[in-house]
Design a protein around this ligand. Structure first.
Ligand code: DAK
Length: 263
């Protein structure tokens, strides 16, 4: 995969895992337009790559994952600039959410506003024990605009999402785990290793099966049960056309390890 250099991101690809680090630690990795554009660019490069199977998204430094959208950029933005930012963000978040690869947010500190929202656009959230989550937008006269009003209730339920958004209360990693916002809490020093070992476990499975399951879950969650079940049946049929399905089942019957190679 051809790798560009970015002003606000660090990207490392090793053994099929891309680690994207949002790198603006002086602003607690706040998302400005340039960072959103760069995230969109790397996400669209990775989605076409066969080399990368799992993406880990994290923030630079010990203190923050992402402390939200960049308030210093938004403060004087016009309606047109706000709209341009919204369009750019929608494209970036959509690409991140629906890329064929599995995405893991390694939340290493504050995940506020857009930070909490970008973690929710990832498939899985692993929190360091110092992580803090919140949606402070109504302190600033706005409401969540990177999907928070939609993805948060889908993850934690309507009542809890409303409480978090209306009160702007921050919650710690344990509470985020308790309400289902994060999959696991680990000590901060072990965060990346934990995410990488989960990535390796996922990569050892049939990647095409994983990516079809991701598509079925993402699309199915936004539709009625009947349509979701039809989609699942269609994708299930598609899986029967793959090498990994033939090999996975044959290997089981022959009591040997499967040689899974698709994707
Ligand atoms: N933007 C810009 N700079 C930020 C920032 C942010 N979101 N968060 C922190 N910083 C900067 C601080 O200004 C400070 O800069 P200096 O003073 O050193 O120059 C530096 O990072 C360190 O921050 P603090 O000094 O405040 O550090 P503390 O430990 O005291 O506090 C904190 C940490 C995370 C509790 C605090 O920084 C904080 O409350 N940060 C702001 C949280 C927040 O309100 N985030 C924005 C939420 S609104 C859109 C869609 C969505 C959105 C926008 C547009 N469209 C569709 C167009 C999303 C909006 C949001 O995310």
């Amino acid at each position: 995969m051809e790798m560009k250099t970015y002003n606000n991101l660090l990207v490392e690809v090793e053994d099929g895992i891309a680690v994207i680090t949002i790198n603006r630690p002086k602003s607690l990795n706040a998302l400005n337009s340039e960072t959103l554009a760069e995230l969109g660019d790397i996400a669209s490069t990775i989605e076409k790559s066969k080399e990368v199977k799992v993406v880990i998204l994290t923030g630079a430094g010990q203190k923050a994952f992402v402390a939200g959208a960049d308030i210093s950029e938004m403060v004087n933005a016009t309606a047109q600039e706000g709209r341009a930012m919204a369009l750019l963000a929608a494209e970036t978040f959509n690409c991140l959410e629906n890329m064929p690869q599995v995405t893991i947010a390694a939340v290493n500190g504050y995940a506020l506003g857009g930070g909490c929202e970008i973690s929710m656009a990832c498939d899985i959230r692993i929190a360091a024990d110092n992580a803090k989550f919140g949606q402070p937008e109504v302190n600033l006269g706005i409401l969540p605009g990177f999907g928070g009003t939609q993805r948060l209730p889908r993850l934690v339920g309507k009542g809890r999402a409303k409480e978090l958004i209306f009160t702007t209360d921050q919650i710690d990693a344990e509470e985020a785990y308790r309400i289902g916002l994060v999959n696991k809490v680990v000590p901060q020093t072990e965060l990346l290793d934990y995410c990488k070992s989960m990535a390796k476990k996922i990569m050892s499975k049939a990647s095409y099966g994983v990516t079809l399951a991701k598509q079925a879950i993402n699309t199915g969650m936004d539709t009625d049960l009947e349509s979701g079940l039809k989609l699942e049946a269609n994708l299930f049929g598609l899986a029967f056309a793959t090498h990994d399905k033939a090999e996975g089942m044959q290997a089981f019957l022959e009591k040997r390890k499967a040689d899974l190679t698709d994707f």
